[in-house]
Structures are given as C-alpha cells and as structure tokens.
Write a protein that binds this ligand. Structure first.
Ligand SMILES: [Zn+2]
Ligand SMILES: [Zn+2]
Length: 88
C-alpha cells in the first residue's frame, strides 16, 4: 500500500482512507524532513539565494570546503542555513 504522507506546518500526516472517511489521516508527529518547521515554509525560505556569509558557513560544513562552485553547499541552502533564516 502506498503511504501518502504530507507535512502540515511541521507535523507529518499519513493518509489512510477509511470506508466512512476517505480523508482520514494519522498524525505521525514531527516531520523529519523539516524538523517541525513546516516543509512549505522551508521551501520558501530555502529558495532564497545564498548570501556570501551563508556560502562561507556552508562551505565549512561541506566536504568540498567551498572549493567547488557547483557543489550544493555553494548553491542551495542547507538545513542549518534554513534554520538560521527561520530563527531571524
Ligand atoms: Zn515537513
Ligand atoms: Zn560543498
């Protein structure tokens, strides 16, 4: 059976259609993808372009140490960066 999961403001819900309730969902608790922050909010925040200081910080956490301009650490906000942005 396909597990249909969605994140609502950081809480993971699993869709289990019932005969009397086709929209029945089980609360699975904190979403591991976004760490309870909310996947929608994260995708908004994560899509912002990296600032220079964020690139430097991410390079320090990455195995490429920022030497590779094409590495995700120089192009995509990682989880820590997203968290820092969210806490602002
Ligand atoms: Zn989520
Ligand atoms: Zn890297």
């Amino acid at each position: 059976m396909k597990c249909d999961q969605r994140c609502v403001e950081g809480t993971l819900y699993e869709h289990h259609p019932q005969n009397d309730d086709p929209y029945y969902e089980i609360n699975r608790g904190k979403c591991p993808e976004c760490d309870g922050i909310g996947c929608d909010e994260i995708s908004d925040v994560a899509s912002e372009i990296l600032s220079t200081s964020e690139k430097v910080q991410q390079a320090g956490r990455c195995s490429c140490f920022g030497s590779n301009d094409y590495c995700p650490c120089q192009n995509i906000a990682d989880r820590t960066t997203v968290k820092n942005r969210m806490s602002k």
